[in-house]
Design a protein around this ligand. Structure first.
Ligand code: FES
Length: 380
């Protein structure tokens, strides 16, 4: 989409209001976050039957749990009686069932209505029909992905396809056996910026030389401004003196056994629209999930994943975690620095993308197509 005249080197970004307008954000919630596969929780965080998490997906609260067989299940977190929110905690362990705190309608871990005051006196109530409304679930890479759409898009053609588009094939990510890795550290970032600014920032490396001194030390080619995800299958090579993907280039942790020789000493970044970033290095995986809460507010949960033996043995992962923690802070500071300008009159028509950022234009076109017709055209 191009709203302003530009030279051939420059293409236009989205206009400023698309980062601040609550009507645009509502359209994105409906057409993107509630319509696509959304990475909602880490599989290992739901330890067994009744272990649960509540997560905001678009405009809906979603309850994720495991049934008696240990299968992941997801429901709209709304009691079918008169609509009370069923679980108000962010996470917890239900003992035998989920009981609504209002009139005590009670649901099993498959969502079926199993008890309610005077239920036996209302034999016509179908316990499945009046069970919790279910949501589609997939588990992949050690995460639980949900889709609120009644007929979800193909998981293969969307989520897995995003990985293939970036790496060239699925085998390349299978080498890291991400689902078998253990959580070494989780940091949650409260970012006062629109989710699109965070994606755009992750997609380009034009900013790397300016704001990521530690990262460009480890990955010298990033100083040239081309992101690893600019080329299919390319992983940024570690600098010659660099021993590991750590804040000071010191030795990393135990290498993941399946990582191939040509993947060794390389960093791969993958964007899975609309809210996941996956970063692969030989000894760990950094997995970001965004939870967009408002036009100017996004929570980012970032997991650092290592071989289970590394985590169980208590090896020090600090230097390893610190590298991308700093990158995250530097990136999110930059996004927060841009957010206030999005409502400025001088940014009404947006900014520009230089050639090494032109692929962000495809992301802008993708968002614009998704929400087309859902919001009135802007007047600029
Ligand atoms: Fe849940 Fe009444 S609203 S039991």
């Amino acid at each position: 989409m191009s709203l302003i005249e530009t030279s051939p080197s420059l293409i236009a970004t989205l206009p400023g209001h698309t980062y601040t307008d609550e009507a645009v954000f509502a359209a994105e919630q409906e057409r993107i976050f509630e319509a696509m596969w959304f990475c909602a929780a880490r599989s290992a965080d739901l330890t067994g039957p009744g272990s649960f998490k509540t997560v905001q997906v678009g405009r809906e609260s979603v309850l994720i749990t495991r049934n008696r067989k240990g299968e992941a299940r997801a429901f709209f977190n709304i009691c079918r009686h008169r609509g009370a929110q069923l679980c108000t905690e962010e996470s917890g362990q239900a003992q035998r069932s989920f009981q609504c705190p209002y009139h005590a309608w009670t649901y099993d871990f498959d969502g079926k209505l199993v008890a309610a005051p005077n239920l036996t006196k209302m034999p016509d109530i179908d316990r499945v029909e009046y069970g919790l409304r279910t949501i589609s679930v997939q588990e992949w890479l050690g995460y639980i992905w949900v889709c609120l759409a009644p007929e979800p898009p193909s998981f293969d053609e969307t989520v897995r396809h995003a990985v293939i588009e970036r790496l060239g094939d699925l085998e390349s990510i299978e080498h890291y056996d991400v689902a078998s890795l253990a959580l070494g550290r989780r940091i949650v970032y409260d970012v006062k910026a629109n989710w699109k600014l965070i994606i755009e920032n992750f997609m380009e490396c034009y900013h790397c030389a300016t704001i990521h001194p530690e990262l460009t030390e480890v990955l010298p080619e990033f100083a040239d401004g081309f992101a690893a995800q600019y080329f299919v299958g390319h992983g940024a090579v570690f600098g010659e003196e660099i021993k590991g993907f750590t804040v000071d280039g010191s030795e990393g942790l135990d290498r993941i056994p399946g990582v191939s020789e040509d993947q060794d000493r390389r960093y791969y970044a993958i964007t899975v629209k609309p809210q996941v970033f996956i970063n692969l290095v030989p000894d760990h995986v950094i997995f970001h999930r965004m939870y967009p809460l408002a036009a100017d507010h996004t929570i980012v949960e970032c997991d650092w994943l290592y071989l289970p033996g590394v985590v169980e043995s208590g090896k020090d992962v600090t230097a390893s975690v610190e590298l991308f923690h700093r990158v995250n802070q530097q990136d999110f500071d930059a996004c927060e620095r841009c957010q206030p300008a999005m409502s400025s009159r001088v940014y009404a028509d947006g900014g520009v993308l230089v050639p090494s950022e032109h692929h962000i234009g495809e992301f802008h076109d993708w968002v614009s197509d998704k929400i087309a017709g859902a919001v009135r055209p802007s007047v600029s």
